[in-house]
Design a protein around this ligand. Sequence first.
Ligand SMILES: *Cc1c(COP(=O)(O)O)cnc(C)c1O
Length: 397
Amino acid sequence: MKTNRAYITLTNTFSAHNYHSLPVVLTKGKGVWVWDVEGNKYLDMLSAYSALNQGHCHPTIIKALKTQAQRLTITSRAFHNDQLALFLKKLCTVTGYAKALPMNSGAEAVETAIKVARKWGYYKKKVKKNCAEIIVCKNNFHGRTTTIVGFSSERQYRDGFGPFMPGYTMIPYNNPAALERTINKNTIGFLVEPIQGEGGVIVPNKGYLKRCYDICKKNRVLFIADEIQTGLGRTGKFFACDYEKVRPDIVIIGKALSGGCYPISAILCDNHIMNVLHPGDHGSTFGGNPLASAIGSAALDVIIREKLAQRAYKLGNWFMNELKKIESPRIKEVRGKGLLIGLELKKKARKYCERLMEYGILAKETHETVVRFAPPLVITKKELQWALPRIKKVISG
Ligand SMILES: *Cc1c(COP(=O)(O)O)cnc(C)c1O
């Protein structure tokens, strides 16, 4: 089996058809570059939806993975292991939170935040039993569990998967007045993405997060930020909320927390919130295992040591300006922050992503009409300069 086509046919035979992948079969990755089974080389401008902020197979992370994999991989939380404490201490020190709770996938961390927020609502805010409400935003993306898709506004995410969990109210994104209006005595949390990534790289107005945070504080509602895609340097700050000096009550992270080497996610919050959990309340067999912890520690080290947030800030601003210079009647808008950039077209973006692939650039459409450019943050200006004329050619050619 040597061709892309052969692997794709085989995949289509044995895989559920829940993805519309670009027709390329990757076999190797290094930094910002990937290779397909036919030997073609591409610039990865998706980074596995921001799981690869540190780039493919970062040597520091791979080394930690190999070393730990040969020593101890999992204990379950029935026993302690010597890697978890160090990982959580590092995570809390870097982020300034008192406690962290490790999970695996992003969706699981969102579920964890919801459980913690609800329990806080009943035991601390004293909301009436089974009446807790969480406010979410239209056009959100928080994952794929039945609870989470139940509060999605995307019809396809919901269709065929009901009945759904009660206790969620949806308001428009980027609208603090709607939040203020909607909060009632049973509201315990406001779950929000600082930038809606899957929703099409939607950047809210300046001051939006701060306004919402202040409204939450005034009403004793937990401000819960889903930074799974925007966090860990992607938008040019460690957290996207840092732009407005907002310190969420609960932060949800995942994706780049492992540098793309393992599924690792977590929630962060202070003691008065995390302490509502007691032994038996919540758990995960793989969550916080020593292999994940060693990888997570290394992945954090790389973000800090290589100043990835600062890189994303500088290179992202430059790259976005260059993209804005492309003159084409097909472009509706270029927007984003740091190296999370959306180029919105007036028509469907899929065809353009397929053309970009022919020019050696892997990007994926999101929300039909948006091409997302989110390369690994280890990318250099030279590599972005390599990509620009190719993007220009595909978009305006
Ligand atoms: C990717 C993502 C998730 C879900 O993460 P999974 O690891 O796919 O479960 C949740 N929220 C946001 C903002 C994401 O980008």
